[in-house]
Design a binder for this molecule. Structure first.
Ligand SMILES: CC(C)(COP(=O)(O)OP(=O)(O)OC[C@H]1O[C@@H](n2cnc3c(N)ncnc32)[C@H](O)[C@@H]1OP(=O)(O)O)[C@@H](O)C(=O)NCCC(=O)NCCS
Length: 188
C-alpha cells in the first residue's frame, strides 16, 4: 500500500479542503451540526477560527492534510481538545481527563483501499506521542459502517453513548493505545 504523509494544513490547502468538504458523498454522515465549509468566504472564516484555536490550545488543535508521498492530497483529519465541561446528547467530556476529539475524511476515489485505517492509525500515533491527550474520541454515525470499522481497526471501542443524533462516541484511551500500538510518549 502506498505510504501516507500527515502534514499540517497551510493556506495553500484551502481549495483542496473546500472541494472535499463540499462533496456530498464525503459529508453525508460527517456534517457535524452545521456542516463545515460551503463557500470561499466561509472557508476563509473557518481558517481564521482554526488558527485562533491552534494558538489557544498551544498547537494541540491541528488540521492535517493526508497525502501520498508524491504530495497528492487524498484527505484530511482534524483533532483537538474538547473544552472542559463540554456535553452533547448523552455524552459529557469526562471530568479531569484531557480528552481530544478527531475525525478523518478521504476523497471517495481513495475509499476501500485501507487508507482510512492507515491514516487514522497515524493520527492516533501522532496524538498520543506528541501531546498529553489521555482519551481520544471519535463520533461516527450509526449508518456509516466504513467509519466505525476504520475506528475499530485503529483500536477504538464502542461506548453505545449517543452524542449528536445518530452519532455514537467511540473511544481510545492512552493505556489502550500504548497496549495495542506498543508506543509510548517521548520523554521531555
Ligand atoms: C470513513 C472513511 C475515512 C473510510 O476510509 P477507507 O479508506 O474506505 O477505509 P478502509 O479501507 O481503511 O476500511 C474500510 C472498512 O470499512 C468496511 N466497510 C466499508 N463499507 C462498509 C459497509 N457498507 N458495511 C460494512 N463495512 C463496510 C470495509 O470492509 C473495511 O473494513 P475491513 O478492512 O474490515 O474489510 C471514508 O469512507 C470517508 O472518508 N468517508 C467520508 C467521511 C466520513 O464519513 N468520515 C468519518 C467521520 S466520523
Amino acid at each position: 500500500m502506498e505510504k501516507l504523509l500527515l502534514t499540517e494544513a497551510r493556506e495553500d490547502d484551502l481549495d483542496f479542503l473546500l472541494g472535499l468538504w463540499n462533496d456530498p458523498r464525503v459529508m453525508r454522515y460527517a456534517g457535524y451540526p452545521d456542516g463545515r465549509c460551503w463557500s470561499r468566504a466561509d472557508i476563509r472564516k473557518w481558517w481564521s477560527r482554526y488558527q485562533a484555536e491552534h494558538t489557544r490550545w498551544a498547537g494541540d488543535d491541528v488540521q492535517f492534510i493526508i497525502s501520498f508521498s508524491d504530495g497528492t492530497h487524498i484527505g484530511e483529519s482534524h483533532y483537538g481538545p474538547v473544552p472542559k465541561g463540554f456535553e452533547v446528547g448523552d455524552w459529557r467530556n469526562p471530568e479531569g481527563v484531557y480528552c481530544f476529539m478527531a475525525d478523518i475524511k478521504l476523497l471517495p476515489e481513495h475509499w476501500g483501499k485501507g487508507f482510512g485505517t492507515a491514516g487514522m492509525r497515524m493520527v492516533a500515533v501522532h496524538i498520543f506521542t506528541k501531546t498529553s491527550c489521555k482519551l481520544l474520541v471519535v463520533p461516527p454515525h450509526k449508518d456509516n459502517p466504513a467509519a466505525s470499522r476504520v475506528y475499530e481497526k485503529a483500536g477504538f471501542i464502542h461506548t453505545g453513548i449517543e452524542a449528536w443524533p445518530g452519532h455514537e462516541i467511540m473511544e481510545l484511551s492512552r493505556e489502550r493505545f500504548e497496549d495495542i500500538y506498543g508506543v509510548k510518549q517521548a520523554e521531555g
